[in-house]
Write a new protein. Structure first.
Length: 408
């Protein structure tokens, strides 16, 4: 069989094996075009790229409809988002949410088990992400690009035998499993922090004060897209950096900001260790804290909350409160009227914040501090593991690293 010779589609390989079209490695089923009339307040979630990136939230649509099995998705199904911003939307996912229905512009990918294992196919798609990004960018219009079935048929790569696939997966999956374990531990620690905080609040040993009394609220305004430069001093904090455990995920950064770009912004904010960042649209009220060593700039639709110089509260204490206890208060200060609501920046300083008696605050911080340090340690370990995986991935998937003698 003759394959496309274009280097973007003909993937080089050092494997001994048979070359196949990417399309032949799986069944690719596109999701449905759900309309407002299909949706309700209850039922199963409709899974769009927003849910794959940010989880099920207040903007998620639900439906009580019953559709075909091809678009019903369960835990660990492989999904490939084929349309959207080439840099941020085109990607493969292991589904990690509740059972739901698949929206359009995402393929449900079912491996052809005669040729590849499900796990190996996942890493094939991860390996090919730079190719997908470039293909989508080449067809990008009005900010959107796409990878079509025709592209999948044009792409080809050499597939090694199943025993080699298993050896490759054993290396990469071990790293991903450790990352998932750390993430699960962090979610548990974050829940503990919330529970401890609620316990102290039940004792009612606090007074409510406007957030402006203890923190400086900084909004950011800029319109120009930043340059992505390797040696730029600032990382750009965007929605993808927000984590559910309350810490910014610096490994999710896609843009670096040059000093020139940063200086030209109309209103700007440098994010440093301990600062809290709160989102104003989309996932309204999502809050994360900048970890150790952070030097970043804030993206649009975000606000920085920085402790006033004379305040000694731990920033993590503010993060826990803002992201949990104050969520209803945050959402009640949301302006509706467009497709998505927005948190008016002018309302953020007015949010009422509980200030505990000094002895209670000291006790609370002594309890929360070890939890914060463990979460931050796990996050840093995950970043290191992710970097290791991303270095190994192209070397393993191209056959550059020989795993034939690996003892499983």
């Amino acid at each position: 069989m003759r394959f496309d010779e274009n280097s973007l589609y003909n993937i080089k390989s050092d494997f001994d094996g048979t070359r196949y079209s990417l399309f032949d490695l799986a069944i690719w089923k596109n999701g449905l075009a759900f309309k407002k009339i299909d949706c309700s307040e209850t039922g199963r979630p409709v899974i769009k790229i927003a849910e794959l990136n940010n989880g099920i939230n207040s903007n998620t649509s639900f439906t009580q409809g019953d559709y075909c099995e091809d678009v019903f998705i369960r835990w660990d199904d492989l999904l490939f988002s084929w349309s959207g911003n080439p840099q941020t939307s085109i990607d493969v996912f292991r589904y990690r949410l509740q059972d739901g229905w698949l929206n359009q512009h995402i393929f449900k990918v079912t491996a052809n088990e005669e040729l590849v294992t499900k796990d190996f196919l996942y890493y094939v798609l991860k390996f090919l992400k730079p190719h997908f990004t470039q293909i989508a960018a080449n067809k990008q219009t009005t900010g959107l690009g796409h990878v079509t079935i025709a592209d999948l048929k044009r792409m080809s790569l050499v597939i090694p035998p199943k025993n080699v696939q298993s050896r490759i997966v054993s290396i990469l999956k071990a790293i991903d499993v450790k990352i998932e374990v750390n993430t699960s531990i962090n979610e548990n620690l974050a829940e503990q922090a919330q529970g401890i905080l609620y316990h102290f609040m039940d004792e009612q040993l606090y007074q409510l004060q406007p957030l402006s009394d203890i923190a400086i609220v900084i909004d950011c305004l800029h319109s120009k897209k930043p340059s992505s430069i390797e040696d730029s001093p600032y990382q750009l904090i965007q929605l993808d950096n927000i984590r559910d455990d309350g810490f910014l995920d610096m490994s999710a950064t896609r843009y670096m900001i040059s000093q020139v770009d940063y200086d030209n912004w109309t209103r700007k904010c440098e994010i440093v260790e301990g600062d809290c960042v709160i989102t104003n649209v989309g996932r309204i009220g999502a809050v994360s804290q900048a970890p150790h060593g952070t030097k970043a700039a804030m993206g649009r639709n975000m606000t920085c909350i920085r402790l006033k110089p004379d305040i000694k509260l731990q920033a993590y204490f503010i993060t826990v409160l803002l992201s949990n206890h104050m969520r209803r208060q945050i959402q009640s200060n949301t302006d509706e009227g467009t497709i998505m609501g927005a948190l008016n920046v002018k309302n953020i300083p007015k949010l009422l914040f509980p200030i505990f008696e000094p002895t209670v605050m000291t006790e609370l911080e002594e309890i929360l501090f070890p939890l914060r340090k463990q979460i931050e340690y796990n996050n840093l370990q995950n970043q290191t593991l992710a970097q290791l995986r991303d270095i190994l991935l192209p070397k393993l998937m191209s056959g550059e690293l020989d795993v034939s003698n690996l003892d499983l």
